[in-house]
Every structure is written in structure tokens, then in C-alpha cells.
Design a protein around this ligand. Sequence first.
Ligand code: GRF
Length: 186
Amino acid sequence: MASGNGSNFEAIVQAVQSGRLGADIPLLVVNNKNCGAHQRADRFGIHVEVVDHRGFPNREALDRQLVGLFQSHQVDVVVMAGWMRIVTDVLVDAFPERLVNIHPSLLPSFRGLDAVGQALQAGVSISGCTVHIVTADLDAGPILAQAAVPVLPADTHASLSGRVQKQEHVLLPATLQQNAHRWRQG
Ligand code: GRF
């Protein structure tokens, strides 16, 4: 699942293609039709479903649509790779401990929107990224893995984001591979 640029999605695809991650990617779901993630999936020949949140009366209805899609593709694990919508129990309960998110901070610090901005604002000298299981509490589910990055005095939002993202692209595929045994069915 992705909403934006899709660099984490591409990192997963590349890990699969290079054999570092033993997985199939049956589909990408995006909520923004023209997002970078969609374009990347097209480039790799991966099936995309556009599920635009603006066409649903509430978050639960959106998540019901997602659950139906994932079930019809028989997915074992769902990765939120920059999915910029709050998910509900409808999705969480359909994939218990099988819904994974990447967040650009060392949780439990800086939950929610603009974690990089929050870290800069707080003046921390170390930040990073976290891969975690999604529960009903925003950015608060069990942590699977983290990577730390230094925050430098001259950092801007862009420079720190870039450093965090470099780590995300390594951490997310590696964590999926490390935990794959939990998710394989049968
Ligand atoms: C990442 O920084 C991730 O931590 C956050 O959203 C961003 C997505 O970036 N959840 P991209 O679309 O994968 O490039």
C-alpha cells in the first residue's frame, strides 16, 4: 500500500528481484492515481489497484474494500509503504500481526504526521526509522526493527529525510525477510 513517491515500494521490489527477499508481490494498492508509487509499479509490471479514499463515506468503508482486494489476491502480509491514511480495525483485524508499517522515526518518539519535522523541532541528535506491526493505536504496534541515523546540526528537512529514507530502503526489505517465516501460510 502506498500513497506517494513509492521509494520504499521500489526497495521491496528490488529486494525481491535480487533474491534478498523471498516473496511475490501480487499487487500494489494506491489511493492517489498519479502517485510515484503507481508509476514505479507500472515500470516493474506489477498490478496496481487504485482505491481512492475520496470515493468512500468513511475510513471503515475504504478498509473493507482493501480487505476484499487483499483476500482475493490471497496475500499473506500487507505492507504499508508510505500509506498516508489512518487505518481502522477493519483492516487490522483482517490481517492480525500481518499488517506492517514503516515510520520515519525511532518509535515511540514522534508518532503521526511529519515525524522528521518533529525530530528536527525537538532537537534530537539521533533519529531513524521503525518497522512495526500495525495495531489500532497509531504508530504504536509492536516494533520489529529499527535503524538509527544521526541528526546533524546543519540538517534541513530534506537532508534528514534523505538520510532516514536511505536506511528505510535497507531496513524494510530486510525486516520482511527476517519475519517471513511468521507469515507464510501452510
Ligand atoms: C517514508 O518515509 C515512510 O517512513 C513513511 O512515508 C514515507 C514514504 O516514502 N511512512 P516513499 O513513498 O516510500 O518514498
